[in-house]
Design a protein around this ligand. Sequence first.
Ligand SMILES: C[S@@+](CC[C@H](N)C(=O)[O-])C[C@H]1O[C@@H](n2cnc3c(N)ncnc32)[C@H](O)[C@@H]1O
Length: 320
Amino acid sequence: MKWNKFRLKTTAEAEDIVSSMLMDLGIQGVEIEDKVPLTAADKEQMFVDILPETEVNDGVAYLSFYLDEEEDAGQILADVRSALEELSAWTDVGEGSIEESQTEDLDWMNNWKQYFHQFYVDDILIIPSWEDVKPEDSEKMVIHIDPGTAFGTGMHETTQLCIRQIRKYVTDQTRILDVGCGSGILGMLALKFGAAYSVGTDLDPCAVEATHENMQVNGIRPDQYQVMIGNIINDPAVQEKVGCESYDIVAANILADVLVELTPVVVSRMKPGGIYITSGIIDDKEQTVVEAVKRAGLEVMEVTYQGEWVCVTARKHCES
Ligand SMILES: C[S@@+](CC[C@H](N)C(=O)[O-])C[C@H]1O[C@@H](n2cnc3c(N)ncnc32)[C@H](O)[C@@H]1O
């Protein structure tokens, strides 16, 4: 099927309101291009510590949407233009020009799948739902994960560093706290390695659905885990739910700057003798995190590396 592409020029300031107007008119999905720098909150969510040089924000935004050949593009565009006109009475919608072009045949739902294939983390096979397990892998630990809205397919170096450390320390008594659980992959693998219970937290509401889905697809029962939204660093409700001195392992694969604030808060969640496994640390920030871990009273046991990423594993002293 051919698609008609429409690229609307507006202002960065009006991009949210104009996108929402397009959605109200029944347009499903809007692509936004602008030069607005990411905020600290965006970076936490997207897991980017180092950004490429970006162009200076010129205040312009382009919103693209696609209509299939069957849709009445003339009517929809007339509705868009009239809604833009209304909006322009109280906000600067910029030029409001709409460029039209035709795209090649696009298979929206499936095209991206060509970029994600099964892969191994050591002897663990991670496989998306549209691929089959090869006969020679049938004896391996197989984890089913589709890339989705929450971070954590297992492909990132920091996730792999955490997986190896969790595997090293997990026992059948382990209660694990997975801060920044994303897709739930670390807690899920801890359970697969034999852990007794996993608690996940994240700021991103998508993490809840993603974690439930991944746990279910991988045969984890609802009574083996829980997942909650909220910031354990400063939200007393989350801190209360998570509990004190309850975890044998705390894993946190989050950016270094967040770890500095998080570490003193999670220490009180760990049982005496508990293990703290943390990554998300780009090599430049190794010392920053090591120092934060020591300041929080933990003993650094191991620092491991993969590519430019670092994982710090530490222990809480036995007497609390
Ligand atoms: C790199 S992802 C890790 C996902 C998964 N645990 C993994 O290892 O692949 C970092 C996650 O931490 C979350 N996050 C960032 N700051 C947080 C905070 N203060 N508390 C809980 N989650 C946080 C982000 O939303 C994101 O889902």
